[in-house]
Design a protein around this ligand. Structure first.
Ligand SMILES: Cc1cc2nc3c(=O)[nH]c(=O)nc-3n(C[C@H](O)[C@H](O)[C@H](O)COP(=O)(O)OP(=O)(O)OC[C@H]3O[C@@H](n4cnc5c(N)ncnc54)[C@H](O)[C@@H]3O)c2cc1C
Length: 288
């Protein structure tokens, strides 16, 4: 349970951090809250020779409105997401999801940037970001770039981030006023990763679904955006038959591992149950 040896670096700016990461190459890893990376180092599942700590960089911790978007700095903690009045009023789905991540101790240190950049399918925020159609702002040694969350995840612990790049912020288009939302997570005990979880955001007009977006957590090698399921629901009144069809479409794109959280078939079915519950709660909240 003791990590291997590593050198510790504490850059003062984003440009210094990306220069360090580029120069040190594959042997270096960014360090944010350390609540995924350090446990992996203790288990020797990660053995970076260099840690580049982002904690000394000003300007990566903020939550603000920018036109029609809400922008959140990568080093903003999960605890800060829960306490933000701006998020509570504009993107309440984020607060709801942050509240079921781990426990308060982890949330005091764990960051949004670390949660979404980690690439662990068990992390809760990636599917939420896909559901919200968020974009990740990336800094590298050359020009910065933006990557939609829906295109970021390529495999377990494998993302579109390239060596030497860091995620600096998450940009979320503010959902329409009166939208419905819910994050439903099945876990074995408080503080656990999801056996399966579903994020839903929808807007209703005249009793019908005007738009619906669905993200699924920990039921494949990557978080999933259930595009077809959302399309099936669009235009419906969320009647039982249409919900059943959409849930079946969502279940069909899952490919969970059989592990300590249960056999693959069970986890797929639990994704369906979480989605059914999330849709019902989102509907009840829409227009409220
Ligand atoms: C007991 C326990 C229970 C947990 N339960 C949950 C849970 O239920 N749900 C959940 O979602 N998470 C859970 N976590 C994980 C927790 O949310 C982590 O804090 C989070 O996954 C990573 O954030 P971090 O800031 O700690 O990142 P770190 O651990 O510092 O980094 C994680 C990875 O992301 C990279 N990284 C970090 N920041 C950046 C950046 N800005 N740019 C590029 N790369 C970056 C690092 O190099 C590393 O590879 C749990 C952790 C523990 C210890």
């Amino acid at each position: 349970m003791i990590p291997g040896p590593f050198a510790y670096h504490r850059p003062k700016s984003v440009s210094e951090a990306v220069s360090m990461l580029s120069d040190l190459g594959e042997d270096a890893r960014a360090l944010a809250g350390g609540h995924s990376l350090i446990p992996m180092m203790k288990l020797r599942l990660a053995t970076p020779a260099h840690l580049v700590d982002l904690a000394g960089i000003d300007g990566l911790t903020f939550i603000r409105a920018d036109g029609a978007d809400i922008v959140i700095g990568a080093m903003t903690t999960q605890h800060a997401l829960i306490g933000s009045d701006l998020l509570a009023s504009k993107v309440p789905l984020l607060r709801e999801a942050a509240l079921v991540i781990a426990d308060p101790q982890v949330r005091y240190a764990g960051t949004l940037g670390g949660n979404v950049a980690n690439g662990d399918p068990g992390n809760d925020m990636p599917a939420v970001m896909m559901c919200l159609d968020a974009t990740y702002e990336i800094a590298g040694k050359s020009a910065g770039r933006r990557i939609p969350a829906r295109k970021f995840y390529q495999g377990a612990y494998f993302t579109a981030l390239e060596a030497g790049e860091i995620l600096t912020a998450v940009r979320i288009p503010a959902p329409p006023a009166g939208h419905g939302f819910a994050y439903e997570k099945l876990k074995r005990k408080v503080g656990d990763y999801a056996t399966a979880a579903a994020a839903v955001m929808l807007s209703m007009s005249g009793g019908r679904v005007a738009a619906c977006s669905i993200g699924l957590t920990n039921v494949a090698e990557t978080p999933l955006w259930a595009e077809e399921a959302g399309s099936i629901l669009a235009g419906s009144g969320l009647d039982a038959a249409t919900v059943k069809k959409a849930v079946a479409a969502a279940e069909a794109i899952t490919a969970p591992a059989t592990d300590a959280r249960g056999p693959a078939h069970y986890r797929t079915k639990m994704a369906g149950v979480m989605l059914t519950r999330a849709l019902a709660r989102a509907k009840a909240r829409a227009g409220a």
